[in-house]
Ligand binder design. Structure first.
Ligand code: ZN
Length: 569
């Protein structure tokens, strides 16, 4: 036996952690260690925990781990979230949960969020479960987010699948197809002290009655926050494991499972369907979002693949997202004002536009915006990459937070420095005269400024004036998306002597030329986009959430799950 494998077999947690990382990254050495250890597996109870977001699965898993430790047994927890990248968030989540268990070596927690290449997430999860089993863990608990096809495949790894529901889902339960009965070995009604627990149980029993034959899964009531019912749940799980039939049933995900996943996902998040469902393929992951005019859709080199209709908890975006390939990257275009320019800057649903990007998986947004120049040196047809904003809008909603969840993001540097560098290099490559840095004054509009206002903004040292980008930048930061503005100078604002002399024909000619250049700049920027983000945008919320986690209303959490979910694991 190699040294590495021997250490794991002897209970060395650091060797185990290193192997877990290696397995997730499909590192051949770690996989060899797994092969070496595999014959030792077979002792653990491998249980999958699934159910809609907001059912309290993480809390329940923690309560199960605590109960197991009380009984002198060990646990390995695999928290699977295919919707988030394995970045600071997942790791931070691990740390918080580790702390909750006082760094007890008897509880090993690992978050998984990479899709991997060979065999994907389900394979990596199966391998990690095998590793933890071989390492001598008594229980291996696989906790999933409750959305999508990965979910069901991962549940297929478990010997016993626990479906966690909460009271108050009411009629939604009726909508759950009989397929759920095939996947669930045990039902849990969590938060069973809430009204509606009895009705929930009746509804589950009612549905179980529709499924012919076989032993019926037990229904356990729990209150994960105080541990009520957790011992009974563990007993039920072990009983199902002993029955053995669970093992044979679990080999392949049930054919109804995919449909089931969609149904499970729907009650809690009716307005935020997972990107996988919308796009019809979970391999399609959009990296870069581009907000601008609809003229960009037809830019050279862009192969449009589909239009994605997004409904968000904040309403509808300006238009459908046009998703496709550009310079080898998956990108999504959004026409800021809608196709046909139907929406004024004051009417835009900025939250929906940014949320829609986030749910496509976008990590970077390049925003194109026509602006007026407030400085002589920013000539028409120049592009400015601002690094500051000043807000002169009124009453626009520019935060996702509120409703019982307070977060204050840092916004001193509103533009992503890495993205600004990429985009300004792209301008140079495209032969566009670019000014890096500057202040973008965001005005309400729709009327342009008076001369007095224009001169006032000049006296403040502002560089360009536009009507839309500030809200986008704030919301993108809250959503931990990198954001950069490409401010395309159309003309001098009204302070300039030339302003009155400029004809409409001139302005249109400039708009057309700017649009042409915008296409070149976007293509060049996407082409040279580094794979990894070197900036801090992806962790903007890590110290921003102030509200006591326990006091955040469930409905708010559900609404913001896509954005803050990783901080509430
Ligand atoms: Zn960034």
């Amino acid at each position: 036996m190699t040294d590495w494998a021997r250490k794991i077999a002897e209970g060395d947690v650091r060797a185990l952690a290193r192997a877990a990382t290696g397995i997730e990254n499909r590192d051949p050495l770690a996989l060899a260690v797994l092969r070496e250890l595999a014959p030792r597996a077979g002792h653990a109870v491998v249980v999958g925990i699934t159910g809609p977001p907001g059912a309290g699965k993480s809390t329940l898993v923690d309560a199960m781990a605590r109960e197991l430790r009380r009984q002198g047994r060990t646990a390995g927890i695999i928290a699977v979230d295919p919707t988030s990248r394995r970045t600071g968030g997942a790791i931070l989540g691990d740390r918080i949960r580790m702390l909750a268990h006082h760094a007890d070596p008897g509880i090993f927690i690992r978050s998984m969020a990479t899709r991997g290449s060979a065999g994907g997430l389900a394979q990596a999860t199966a391998d990690l479960a095998l590793l933890l089993d071989a390492a001598g863990r008594d229980f291996v608990i696989i906790e999933t987010v409750g959305v999508g096809q990965d979910e069901v495949e991962i549940a297929g790894v478990a010997q016993v699948t626990v479906v966690v529901l909460v009271p108050g889902m009411g009629d939604d339960v009726q909508a759950i197809k009989a397929g759920i009965m095939e996947i669930a070995d045990v039902f849990v009604i969590n938060k069973s002290d809430q009204p509606g627990a009895g009705r929930m149980e009746q509804e589950i029993q009612g549905m179980l009655g529709l499924v012919a034959g076989g032993p019926q899964p037990p229904i356990i009531r729990t209150i994960a926050t105080d541990g009520t019912g957790v011992r009974q749940l563990l007993e039920a799980v072990q009983q199902m494991r002993r029955r053995g039939d669970a093992e044979t049933r679990r080999k392949d995900p049930h054919p109804d499972a995919l449909e089931l996943a969609a149904v499970i996902a729907s009650p809690a998040r009716p307005l935020a369907p997972s990107p996988a469902h919308i796009q019809g393929g979970h391999n399609l992951k959009v990296e870069i979002g581009i907000i601008g005019g609809s003229g960009l859709y037809s830019m050279p080199g862009f192969e449009a693949q589909e239009e994605v209709v997004q409904e968000t908890p904040f309403g509808s975006p300006s238009d459908n997202y046009v998703v496709g390939k550009l310079a080898g990257h998956q990108v999504a275009f959004l026409a800021r004002h809608g196709r046909g320019h139907r929406l004024s800057p004051s009417e835009l649903n900025y939250r929906a536009n940014i949320y829609g990007m986030k749910s496509l998986g976008v990590e970077r947004i390049i925003s194109l915006s026509a602006v007026g120049s407030l400085k002589e040196e920013h000539r028409p047809l120049d592009f400015v990459i601002p690094d500051q904003f000043v807000d002169r809008t009124r009453g626009r909603i520019s935060t996702f937070f509120g409703e019982g969840l307070v977060a204050h993001i840092g916004f001193s540097d509103p533009i992503c420095p890495q993205l600004a560098e990429v985009v300004s290099q792209a301008c140079t490559a495209a032969g566009v005269n670019v000014h890096k840095g500057g202040a973008y004054l965001c005005m309400e509009g729709p009327a342009f400024s008076t001369k007095a206002e224009s001169n006032l903004y000049r006296s403040w040292g502002m560089d360009v004036i536009g009507m839309t980008n500030l809200q986008e930048a704030k919301l993108a930061r809250e959503a931990e998306i990198c954001y950069v503005t490409v401010a395309m100078v159309t003309d001098y604002d009204c302070w300039h002597a030339d302003h009155a002399a400029v004809t409409v024909t001139d302005i249109i000619a400039n708009l057309v030329k700017n649009a042409e250049n915008a296409c070149k700049v976007v293509a060049a920027a996407v082409e040279r986009m580094p794979d990894e983000r070197s900036c801090k945008c992806g962790a903007a919320l890590s110290h921003a959430i102030l509200t006591d986690r326990k006091l955040v209303p469930e409905a708010t959490l559900r609404k913001l799950d896509l954005i803050v979910g990783k901080y509430f694991v």
